[in-house]
Design a protein around this ligand. Structure first.
Ligand SMILES: Cc1cc2nc3c(=O)[nH]c(=O)nc-3n(C[C@H](O)[C@H](O)[C@H](O)COP(=O)(O)OP(=O)(O)OC[C@H]3O[C@@H](n4cnc5c(N)ncnc54)[C@H](O)[C@@H]3O)c2cc1C
Length: 396
């Protein structure tokens, strides 16, 4: 059950939490109809519309030996085993949610709590790796609203009291503290996303949403606002579902946004991120130990995020136009070279060991021309993402 306290959002607006009754869906309320009714969305990826084809897809490249030992431990845990393989698939849920990341899990939980039949189709089997570890305190009321706070607290993620910057003309580090936000929460969390996302997805299940992992949505057709969703299960079986409403929470895969060429890439943020995980990294001193450190240097900036498994998430954000070829030619060499160019990070990693592959992600800053359409709504990264410097991704 969701507590019925009003929520406070970052702008200070107050929301009522969903009632435990069946609510009208946005499609029933006559959301704006986009484009010609009945416009069929093309199958992905073969027939992407021309404008989207011209833009490179957000992409992550993984190189280097092995995976993090912490991920392996979590992958071995009982909760990673398939649990629903033998159960029947509902053919017509009220709401079909594409993607079981934070946006999909939260939407599914709230809709299930409101009495709707919800089906989440998630392409991967959780836990799966994801970037985006440093949360905002404003996210905590949302975790409360979906009833996930006890599990998140029990899990032992580091409490993040704020952030520290080495940025601008000021040479000394400066910090902000969530406790300085009047009426806000005094901390956020630094989370290992594989674990955090799985807790949220399990929470959605516990609230009554049906979750199918290893089910990839391949296309969404819109016909008079009544969507038809095509998907493929783990064994290759094709599915065709006709929910009343679709929430696209597929992250940067942006299933509907790509098919409808809704995405508009940002002219200013043309960055790429190259990142990995270290053991033995020096933490910030004293009460700053759980802060994110954001350190600017000549070529961009670094994030430096302590995690509860003892690793440090270290990522460089640099101009994609200048660094793309270098990072893709020699990811680890370029990554280490970038670290060497930022003394604030290099000094703290002097005695540390890289314990993960080096990953690259690019083409992640965009918005969508519309966030809704006939029978669908875009949520989370499937709608837009700005830049990691604000740590707003999971919150939004
Ligand atoms: C370099 C970088 C650093 C970042 N750092 C931070 C940070 O410190 N803090 C922060 O808050 N945010 C950060 N972010 C942003 C954060 O990663 C995202 O905003 C957040 O993960 C979005 O959540 P989501 O649920 O919308 O999407 P996701 O978390 O991406 O979840 C989408 C899910 O959809 C599934 N999916 C995809 N395609 C399909 C399909 N066809 N069918 C079914 N399922 C599908 C995927 O497997 C995935 O599980 C960062 C982003 C980048 C690029």
């Amino acid at each position: 059950m969701v507590p019925r306290r009003p929520l406070r959002d970052p702008q200070g607006a107050r929301h009522r939490l969903p009632r435990q009754v069946r609510q009208p869906l946005p499609a029933d309320r006559g959301l704006p109809v986009l484009g010609p009714v009945g416009l069929a969305l093309a199958d992905l990826p073969q027939h992407r519309q021309a404008a989207d084809r011209a833009r490179p897809a957000a992409d992550a490249v993984t190189v280097g030996p092995g995976v993090r030992s912490s991920s392996r431990r979590f992958l071995d845990s009982p909760r990673s085993r398939p649990v629903e393989a033998e159960q029947p698939m509902r053919d017509a849920p009220d709401v079909l949610v594409i993607g079981g990341g934070p946006a999909g899990s939260v939407a599914a939980t709230l809709l299930a709590d409101a009495g709707h039949r919800v089906l989440v189709l998630e392409r991967e089997r959780f836990p799966r790796y994801h970037i985006g570890e440093s949360l905002l305190s404003a996210t905590l009321p949302i975790l409360d609203a979906v009833g996930a706070t006890p599990a998140i607290e029990r899990h032992g993620f580091l409490r993040k009291p704020g952030g520290t910057f080495l940025w601008g003309r000021q040479r000394a580090p400066w910090s902000f503290w969530f406790r300085e936000d009047p009426g806000g929460r005094p901390h956020a969390y630094q989370v290992v996303r594989a674990e955090f996302d799985q807790l949220l997805l399990e929470n959605a299940r516990a609230h009554g949403a049906e979750v199918r992992e290893e089910h990839a949505v391949t296309a969404v057709e819109a016909d008079d606002g009544r969507p038809v969703v095509h998907a493929r299960g783990a064994g290759g079986a094709a599915l065709r579902l006709a929910p009343r409403f679709v929430i696209d929470a597929s992250g940067q895969a942006a299933v509907i946004g790509r098919a409808r060429a809704l995405r508009q890439f940002d002219d200013f943020f043309k960055n790429l991120a190259v990142f990995g995980y270290f053991r033995g990294a020096e933490r910030l001193p004293g009460e700053l130990a759980n802060h994110i450190l954001s350190a600017a240097f000549a070529d961009g900036w670094f994030w430096y995020i302590p995690l509860h498994d003892g690793t440090m998430s270290v990522g460089a954000v640099v101009d994609a136009r200048r660094w793309r070829a270098l990072t893709e030619g020699d990811p680890e060499g370029t990554y280490r070279g970038l670290i060497a160019r930022c003394p604030a990070i290099a000094e703290r990693l002097a005695g540390a060991t890289l314990v993960s592959p080096v990953r690259i992600i690019r083409d992640y800053s965009y918005t969508s021309t519309r966030f809704t359409g006939p029978g669908f709504l875009l949520a989370g990264d499937a709608a837009c993402f700005i830049d990691p410097v604000f740590s707003t991704g999971v919150h939004l």
